[in-house]
Structures are given as C-alpha cells and as structure tokens.
Ligand binder design. Sequence first.
Ligand code: LLP
Length: 421
Amino acid sequence: QHCFTKSEDGFLYCEGVKVEEIMEVVERRPFYLYSKPQITRNVEAYKEALEGLDSIIGYAIKANNNLKILEHLRSLGCGAVLVSGNELKLALRAGFDPTRCVFNGNGKILEDLVLAAQEGVFVNIDSEFDLENIVAASRIAGKKVNVLLRINPDVDPQVHAYVATGNKNSKFGIRNEKLRWFLDAVKAHPNELKLVGAHCHLGSTITKVDIFRDAAVLMVNYIDEIRSQGFEINYLNIGGGLGIDYYHTGTVLPTPRDLIDTVRELVLSRNLNLIIEPGRSLIANTCCFVNRVTGVKTNGTKNFVVIDGSMAELIRPSLYGAYQHIELVSPPSPNAEVSTFDVVGPVCESADFLGKDRELPTPDRGTGLVVHDAGAYCMSMASTYNLKMRPPEYWVEDDGSVSKIRHGETFEDHLRFFEGL
Ligand code: LLP
C-alpha cells in the first residue's frame, strides 16, 4: 500500500484525500505534503524485519528534521542518528531516548561532544583528532562515553560519488591498518571511553543488499579481532543507505526485510545488538513536493514547464542529477498534447530544474504538479536562495484530516537576522 495513488479519472490522492483539494486550503504554494500513516508503515516494515534481533532503528535526522515527524518516529520506537549538536538538541526536544541515539561525523566539535557525553548518547570515533576531542568532552562532562569505532570498510556502494562514504579514499572513518592504534588509544583512556561496538556506513541510495552483506562480513571480522584484544563489544552498527524506487518503473528493489535477512545470521552468530541508521528508506516515499504550473514555454528545441518550486526548495536533481518522479495532480485537458519538457523553477540559473526530459501532457497554467519521493533530503536541504523562503509542510493524518506540521518561512523571518544591528 502506498500513500499517493492516481484514480482512474486522473486525480492524485494522498491517503484517499484529493491533492488538488489540499492545494486549496494551504497557507501557500509550493508546499510539502506527507502521509503520516505511510511513515508508520515504513517504520513497521523495519520493526517486522528486525523481529528476533536486539536492535535499534536509529533514524537519520539529516534526512528530515521536521519536529512533528521526529515526535512521530520517536513514538513508534525509533532512536536517532545525529550529525550536529543542533540535531542532538532537536532529538532531545522530540523526546528521543539519548541512549538510543548515535552521534556521527568526521568533524564533530568539542561543544557538541560535551552535550553528547552529558546526555549519554553513543559516539562514533572517526579519526585520531576526533578521539582526542571525545576524551576532552568526557572530562568536561565528567562522564564516560560509550564509543563505537567507525570503520571505513572499503566497500563500493555503487552509487553517485557524492553519496558514497565507505570507500577507502573517503573522508569518513578509520582504515583497518590503524585499528590497533585506535584500540590502544581507547585502552589508554579507561576513565573516558568505553568501546561498545563498531560502525560503518557505506553510502546512500544503495539498491543491492549484497553490498550490505559484504560489509557485514568484514565488520564481524573486525569485531572478532577487537574482541580478541580483550574488549567486550556488543554493537554492530551497519549504518543506513537503503535506496528507494525513485523511478516508479515497477522494478522491485530490496526491502528492509531483504536488508536485515542478509545480515541476520552473522549478527546472531556473534550475539550482537544491531544498530541501523535508515533515513531515506523511512521517509522519502512519504511525501510529495506540491507545486503549481506558472506557465509553459519553448526555447530552441526545448520545452519548459515552469513551476513555483525550484532548486531552492528541492536541490537533489540539480546537485546529484537525481531523478524524482513528476506528475500532474489532475487529468490533462482533452486536447493537451504530450511533449517532452524540462520542469524548471523561477530561480535565476540554469541548474534550477526538478526534472529533465519528462513526457507530460501540456499542462494548463495553474495546474498542480508534484515531485514524488520528496520526504528525504529535500526540505532538510532547502535554502532561501533568491529569497524563495522555505515552504510550509502538511501531513494527512490517520483519520484523513490535513494538518500543518511546519509554518512556511516568511520575509519577516529573514529581516529578523538584521534586527538591532
Ligand atoms: N548514517 C550515516 C553515517 C550517514 O552518513 C547517512 C547519510 C545515513 C546514516 C542515512 O542514510 P540513508 O539511509 O538516508 O541513505 N543528500 C543526499 C544523501 C546524503 C546521505 C548522507 N548520509 C541525497 O539527497 O541523496
């Protein structure tokens, strides 16, 4: 069951509610529209997949940091994965149990590490200087920190270079030749550090579970080696990265169950507690970015559909050449010609596109147009370029009612940065 469906007569619905009708009642357009029940279903899929394992679902907050969504994910039993002090503060605000949170990152700063130490979150050691900072934070907080070693396993995730993280020349984690150094360094700080596990994160948008299996095999070998050095470590964190079906072509992609099944025996064989860090696969498919068509034009050999949204609100196509499916929310007029369009925004540069070469019926001005799978890394990466101001967010609730879950940013918000200067 998926939240966004097209009826036979060509209208788009979210959980049975007509998107065109939602467009009439919102604060302004463009806006993000989520399905709360779809978020629940996505979490349930992970929970069911994890049955029989000790585990933590650490939702990667970077994917989407809407407070209402975080509260919902927490209420469903998720932990959280953080990459900044502010993400940690937001996780605490949303009520996440800090002992089910992991603080990740290759450039964590002392101040944020102190907060993490005080709150008792797991911290991943990423480098020599990171270890030094964690030790310093522990002393300032007066608390021992539960740490995991983030290992760079050198497994190619076969994804866009910008979202690959687990290959050997990436800036993340530590390489195996340094493992002994890190184990000695942890041993040298028995009052500050308690090594509890090992972590890796291969990359994002991964569509082959064999890749996770290869990494898990390497990781349990590391865990064996670490244990043989006298450490009692119990956590294997295999990161996030499961991809979703952005193309909507019906290709069957691996599910959370496929992912967990591929590592289950390994995890059980070593009696480990499994931490996973999904972002995209929990939240991407729960949302559409909803726009209106401002107009249609042709230049040279190119046809353009100009919409009110842009690279400011949704940068993935511009930044990674990412494909996100685009469709109209209502049936085309009977005489509408189908053509190939670039779907573009009003921002003043040619990187501003939401989709290239899309077959669409020529839309009338004012028609609703959605960019699908916009729940992950869209709003959280939005900017105010061209003073577009970040859009409002809504969701359809379990009972089919529509609620605002974030105000749209306003011009007045922008002026506030200059108050009193
Ligand atoms: N854990 C770590 C350590 C990560 O770096 C990430 C994502 C995740 C978990 C969550 O990965 P996911 O399950 O969402 O794939 N902005 C890019 C994606 C960047 C991913 C960064 N790290 C995009 O829009 O595709």
